[in-house]
Design a binder for this molecule. Structure first.
Ligand code: NAD
Length: 511
């Protein structure tokens, strides 16, 4: 890590920290070696206690797995085992569903919304109080840069709980003229890219509307969910209202197929989403599926170029590109494409890849060995498909799973790297001449989760934005999230919406 930074230093030129153009007649080529060099700024994890083993959280207490099976979660930046977790079996899931049912019947569904809201507010405040610890754990378990877990993930988690706490006693205003009734027990399954944020998206609206939950975090990132369980216990939340069962796909499947679960909320891959949808067919369970994406980021010639370059960096390199709504397809207008791509390459060269706990790090570790191998497969595939790959020249740490920021040019619409979700710091770049062509390319995807438009003209924003078939469109920005705003996809990106007022609907029956 520090090696990498030392190697890219040249003393005289870095003195004022300003990169020097190598060619006087353009801003195209920069001398990368002159970029500012940062000292290490590691966040200390000394005060964070991680136990050797963790159990399920069922009915308000931590309980051993029925069959005693365990699995490990690894720190992807060091490849060291962080802890052992309980592997949930059908017996564990059944116990958790029974606890959730009892809490639903006896306590939570009967409690006035005002009282439920107080618990959720308390949870939100306790998340804020423990935010530093939660951010560190999120970065250790998942590999994301501490800057992101500290400044984006955990503040948004608290914001979601605050927001939905506010709805708990106002549900009659959310659905004027209708009476919202809770559904019962919700089975919730989340992925590893935003472990605690996805938990908040699921649990906060469920509790606000009077439901109880059994949630399963992803097998590579279960730690913060169990910290959240501690928060629920410390907040005095009635036993059984929130249950956390850890495990992998089989455990998830036990939750989905449990006969006493009334609603399934799933966030994850389209592949698993399809399996879940099939197994729910013919049942009366409600469901929401938040699945994959391949967002198009469209840059018009009249856009503010430097701002758009920053936007592209944020769109694809935020959270190592492990973002369902990442802007992983850049579609740039022909007249500016050469200049834009060069500026993007220059900016990529300044990105620091390394220790997730270092406050300077821009791109942390790839979440798991499996995901690292998957990304590598796509990097090889790009070459075989005839695309031209460019990566930043930074050194990578010796251990851990790290990937340089990567772009592919010379791609065509039918290439698999353009069509399939890579879920890593990998961007494909296409060009367009007319707005219609941009829209056509943007929509030529099995997914429809997100997109971006960069232009100076409001008319282009409205005209193009309305034609791109995506659940979320950002203009002159990207990857901005807010609890008041609904989120979800079209086509293979899923069914239903989370967030905002829309996020209450999947958790109520309206009578
Ligand atoms: P994944 O589908 O492999 O796993 C997601 C979760 O489902 C995990 O907890 C996993 O253990 C569980 N699971 C696996 N098989 C299951 C089965 N048969 N039945 C029930 N549960 C099962 O996805 P992932 O690799 O963890 O996450 C990455 C994916 O999530 C990407 O495709 C990404 O786009 C998507 N995602 C979507 C959103 C969104 O809001 N649309 C948000 C974040 C991530």
């Amino acid at each position: 890590m520090s090696d990498q930074k030392t190697k890219s230093t040249k003393t005289e030129e870095k003195a004022n920290g300003i990169p020097k153009p190598t060619s006087p007649n353009s801003d195209l080529k920069l001398d990368y070696s002159s970029f500012w060099n940062y000292s290490d700024a590691p966040e200390s994890s000394d005060k964070v206690v991680i136990e050797d083993t963790y159990n399920h959280f069922i009915n308000g207490e931590f309980v051993e797995p029925e069959k005693g099976r365990r699995f490990a979660s690894v720190n992807p930046a060091t490849e060291e085992v962080l802890s052992q977790f309980a592997e949930g079996t059908s017996e564990d899931v059944d116990k958790a569903v029974k606890a959730a049912r009892k809490a639903y019947k006896n306590v939570w569904s009967k409690m006035p919304g005002r009282e439920r809201g107080k618990y959720i507010f308390r949870i939100a405040r306790m998340i804020q109080e423990r935010s530093r610890e939660l951010a560190i754990i999120e970065s250790m378990d998942g590999g994301k840069p501490i800057r992101e877990s500290r400044d984006v993930d955990i503040p948004l988690v608290a914001a979601h709980f605050f927001y939905y706490a506010g709805w708990a006693d106002k549900l009659e205003y959310a659905f004027p003229g209708r009476k919202p009734e809770p559904l019962g027990v919700c089975g919730q399954i989340i992925p590893w890219n935003f472990p605690m944020l996805m938990l908040a998206w699921k649990i906060a609206p469920a509790l606000a509307t009077g439901n109880t939950v059994v949630l399963k975090p992803a097998e590579t990132t279960p730690l913060t969910a169990l910290r959240f369980a501690e928060i629920c216990r410390d907040a005095g939340l009635p036993d059984g209202v929130v249950n956390i069962v850890t495990g992998a796909g089989q455990t998830g499947s036990e939750i989905v197929n449990h006969p006493d679960v009334n609603k399934v909320a799933f966030t994850g891959s389209t592949q698993v989403g399809k399996i879940i949808q099939k197994s729910l067919a013919g049942t009366d369970k409600k469901f929401t599926l938040e699945l994959g994406g391949k967002g198009a980021n469209i840059i018009f010639e009249d856009a503010s170029i430097d701002q758009a370059v920053e936007g592209v960096v944020n769109a694809i390199f935020f959270n190592q590109g492990h973002v369902c709504c990442a802007g992983s397809r850049l579609i740039v207008q022909e007249g500016i494409s050469d200049r834009f791509i060069q500026k993007l390459k220059d900016r990529m060269e300044t990105l620091i890849v390394g220790d997730p706990l270092d406050k300077n790090t821009d791109i942390g570790a790839i979440n798991s060995k499996e995901q690292y191998e998957r990304i590598k497969t796509y990097l090889d595939l790009g070459g075989k498909e005839g695309a031209v790959m460019h990566q930043s020249s930074c050194d990578l740490p010796q251990n851990g799973y790290f990937c340089r920021p990567t772009i592919f040019t010379n791609v065509s619409q039918s290439n698999r790297i353009v069509q399939e979700e890579i879920f890593g710091p990998v961007l494909t770049i296409q060009t367009f001449r007319t707005p219609d062509e941009a829209v056509q390319k943007a929509n030529n995807s099995p997914y429809g989760l997100s997109g971006g438009i960069w232009t100076d003209k409001g008319s282009k924003i409205f005209n193009t934005g309305q034609q791109v078939r995506a659940g979320v469109m950002w203009t002159n920005t990207f990857n901005k999230f807010d609890p008041t705003s609904p989120f979800g996809g079209y086509k293979e990106s899923g069914v239903g919406r989370e967030g905002g007022l829309h996020g209450l609907y999947p958790y109520v029956n309206l009578v």
